[in-house]
Each structure stands twice: as structure tokens, then as C-alpha cells.
Design a protein around this ligand. Structure first.
Ligand code: PRP
Ligand code: URA
Length: 208
């Protein structure tokens, strides 16, 4: 199965133009990131492992299928939190863990400040979410943490990626599936994605 998927969906492209627009304000930006999260969650979960169960319909016994494993959504704070609602809307039974990382603006290296996970998350299907894949340092560091705990099945989902970040993540963690809403041109000299959408965390939380 393909390890890298750039999601090709008309509605997603439409909503990406809204969040790329510098005139989009906090309320619409946050709402649209969440809606894109739902669209991506639908795509990302379509091949999850299933197991057979037998249930009673009002008419008779029926063999059905249900998710084989728990789903744990893990946002990289802060910006990843903007995608959680969209995922939880589609997978309400999912549990949510958190990894706090920020990127040093000078060195562009990630620093960890928070980790909190649900019980038995290492056995679950882990959906790691962070809208921006720039150098890839943050996502690589988050996957390093998850693997250190023993997670076996990790999928990363981001809104916008740079080729540099995608190459770095697939080199460091070739077993991890990657889904992006768009693969952009490049990084600029400040480590921002071009054309990108600017600083996603600041735009979701209105901090700039
Ligand atoms: C942003 C973004 C990613 C990271 C991407 O977070 O949400 O986590 O940068 O850059 P990288 O691929 O070069 O590591 P930031 O560090 O700005 O923190 P924030 O989400 O708290 O704003
Ligand atoms: N983080 C962001 O929020 N945006 C970028 O373009 C790069 C890193």
C-alpha cells in the first residue's frame, strides 16, 4: 500500500484556498481547518483494519464488521489541536493524546514540552496530526517519541507539506504512512512553507 498520499478532493482544495488566503480571519480559519480535518479523517480511515462481529438486527443475526483496534488521535501542540475536532467528529470513540513541541525560530529545531497519552495507546492505531510539515523536524521528533513508547502503527496527517519535510520524514520513518492535503513548492530562508499559509498556530489561535 502507498505510504504517501496527497489527498485529491475538490472540496478539500476549495477549503485549502480559504486558509491560504491571508485575509481569512481567525474564526473562519479555525473553522475551516477543522472542516478539512474531517475530510482528511474520512480519507485516512478508509483502510483501517476491521474484524468480524455477529450482531442481532431487528430481523435476524448478521455478520458485520467493526474497527479491529482503538483509534488514538495525537495532535502536536499547538497547531495540531486545530485538527482534533474534525477527526473526533468522525471518530467520536477515539481517545486523544498530546505532544507539545515548538520549533526554535533561529535553529528551526524542535523542543518538547509536553507528553500525555491514553492507556494502552501503543496498541492502537495512532493518527498523529500537525497541519504543517516544514523541515519535518517536529513530526520526526513526535514519531521518535511515539516509537520510544512502543507504538507500532502510526499515520501522520498534515494539511500542507514542503518537499524537504516530506523527504526527511520518509527517510527517518519509512514505515509511517503520510497523508497531506497539499504538497507545496519549497521552504523559504526562514523555514516557512512557500506558498503555504503562514504560521498555522498563530492563525488558529489568533496570537499574531
Ligand atoms: C509549527 C507547526 C509544526 C512545525 C513545523 O509549529 O505546527 O509543528 O512548526 O515545522 P518543522 O516541520 O520545521 O518542524 P510551531 O513550532 O510554530 O509551534 P505552534 O504550533 O505552537 O505554533
Ligand atoms: N510552521 C508553520 O506554521 N508554517 C510554516 O510555513 C512552517 C512552519
Amino acid at each position: 500500500m502507498e505510504k504517501i498520499t496527497i489527498i485529491n478532493h475538490a472540496l478539500l482544495k476549495h477549503k485549502m484556498s480559504i486558509i491560504r488566503d491571508k485575509n481569512t480571519k481567525t474564526k473562519e480559519f479555525r473553522q475551516t481547518v477543522s472542516e478539512i480535518g474531517s475530510l482528511m479523517a474520512y480519507e485516512v480511515t478508509k483502510d483501517l483494519d476491521l474484524k468480524e462481529i455477529t450482531i442481532e438486527t431487528p430481523i435476524c443475526e448478521a455478520k458485520c464488521e467493526t474497527l479491529a483496534k482503538d483509534v488514538v488521535i495525537i495532535p502536536i501542540m499547538r497547531a495540531g489541536m486545530g485538527m482534533v475536532d474534525g477527526f473526533v467528529n468522525l471518530i467520536p470513540e477515539a481517545k486523544v493524546g498530546h505532544i507539545g513541541l515548538f520549533r526554535d525560530e533561529e535553529t528551526l529545531l524542535p523542543h518538547t514540552y509536553y507528553e500525555k497519552f491514553p492507556e494502552n495507546f501503543t496498541e492502537a492505531t495512532v493518527l498523529l496530526v500537525d497541519p504543517m510539515l516544514a523541515t519535518g523536524g517536529s513530526v520526526i521528533a513526535a514519531i521518535d517519541i511515539l516509537k520510544k513508547y512502543g507504538c507500532k502503527k502510526i499515520t501522520y496527517i498534515g494539511l500542507v507539506g514542503a518537499p524537504e519535510g516530506l523527504a526527511a520524514v520518509t527517510k527517518a520513518h519509512p514505515d509511517v504512512k503520510v497523508y497531506l492535503g497539499a504538497l507545496d513548492e519549497k521552504l523559504n530562508e526562514n523555514g516557512y512553507i512557500v506558498p503555504g499559509l503562514g504560521d498555522c498556530g498563530d492563525r488558529i489561535f489568533g496570537t499574531k
